[in-house]
Design a protein around this ligand. Structure first.
Ligand code: MRU
Length: 326
């Protein structure tokens, strides 16, 4: 299944407001840069490829109305919305090289759709009949313009008639797993079970999981992978239980400028997302909170990286390079 997460519609950006899901399915429209920035910042649109697309389309809107003197000044403002997912930077840098901004932004969307399908095709070869997959956060259609990355593997396998089951981590503090991943998988008719983040070890120990598949926000040249906070925990648990840990991501998520994951900037989020995430105070008022939105899984814990160009395994520095140039 594919949802129309983000589209260009008559001179405006149309997107699903993901902060309202699963309670309400509503499209919102952005017709200028501030509203696009706000939509990215507050996770109305989220997931690395989708925010790359929002950035590219936001740049088109921004340039049409901008007071910024240069493209660089204008792009810097939009990039400040989310520092970790490299796709926002990638998309904004890419459109700066062309006169035809809108055409290039629309091309990013078309490529994104093809990328999702190709990741699904490559990745489904890693799944066996009756496998149960654990995933974290949401790397589905809602995080891209089409089929997703990690979830594309599941959608493709399901469509090809493979019996699979999925366990979805709820993904504190903003519950992308509980609100979005389960919603997408249920709509597609895939057997999904929701667990709290702290249940993954027990579920693995019970022998319920055959592999983990997650998305990525940025992958350094050596394969170190930034993804939603808690992904690193899952990777350690997978290693401890001898379960393969796969990352599914487009090559636009590879950042060859960074040798290792230590250089990936980690976004910090507001305390209220932890203490009052969905309106009810769940910790004492004024308590100190530390809330990194992403963590970095060392490449040594990654069994393989599934891209639209094929599957890369260690040594990643060599093999990701070869994949990029293929
Ligand atoms: O903060 P979010 O919801 O934007 O974080 C999303 C993730 O971590 C996804 O796993 C990642 O962007 C890959 S989406 C195909």
């Amino acid at each position: 299944m594919a949802v129309s997460t983000i589209e260009w519609a008559d001179g405006r950006i149309r997107m699903i407001d993901q902060t309202l899901l699963p309670n309400e399915f509503k499209y919102i429209y952005c017709d200028d840069l501030p509203s696009t920035w706000e939509a990215i910042k507050s996770l109305r649109v989220r997931g690395a490829p989708a925010i790359g697309i929002a950035g590219a389309l936001g740049a088109v809107l921004g340039i049409w109305n901008s007071a910024a003197k240069t493209y660089e000044a204008f792009a810097a403002e939009l990039k400040s919305a989310r520092p970790t997912a490299v796709n926002l930077f990638w998309a904004l840098d890419r459109i700066s090289r062309t006169e035809v901004l809108l055409a290039e932004a629309l091309e990013i969307i078309a490529e994104d759709k093809a990328m999702c399908r190709a990741i699904g095709q490559h990745g489904m070869a890693l799944l066996n009949e009756n496998d149960t997959i654990l995933t974290h956060c949401n790397a589905g259609g809602l995080a891209t313009s089409d089929y997703g990355t990690a979830l594309a593997v599941m959608f493709s396998a399901h469509k090809a008639g493979k019996q699979i089951q999925v366990y979805a981590d709820e993904t504190r503090p903003l519950l992308q797993g509980a609100r979005l991943t389960t919603w997408e998988l249920m709509q597609a008719g895939i057997d999904v079970t929701l667990i709290c983040d702290n249940m993954a070890a027990q579920v693995m120990k019970e022998g319920k999981i055959q592999c983990v598949i997650v998305g990525a926000d940025r992958i350094a040249a050596n394969g170190d992978t930034a993804n939603k906070i808690g992904t690193y925990n899952v990777a350690i648990l997978a290693e401890a239980h001898g379960i393969p840990f796969y990352v599914a991501a487009p090559t636009s998520t590879l950042d060859f400028a960074l040798e290792t994951g230590a250089e990936i900037p980690i976004e910090q989020r507001a305390a209220e997302e932890v203490t009052k995430g969905f309106g009810k105070l769940t910790a004492p008022e004024g308590v100190k909170v530390y809330s990194p939105a992403f963590d970095v899984t060392p490449a040594a814990l990654v069994t393989a990286i599934i891209t639209e160009k094929g599957i890369a395994r260690a040594p990643y520095t060599e093999n990701l390079n070869a994949l990029r140039d293929s």
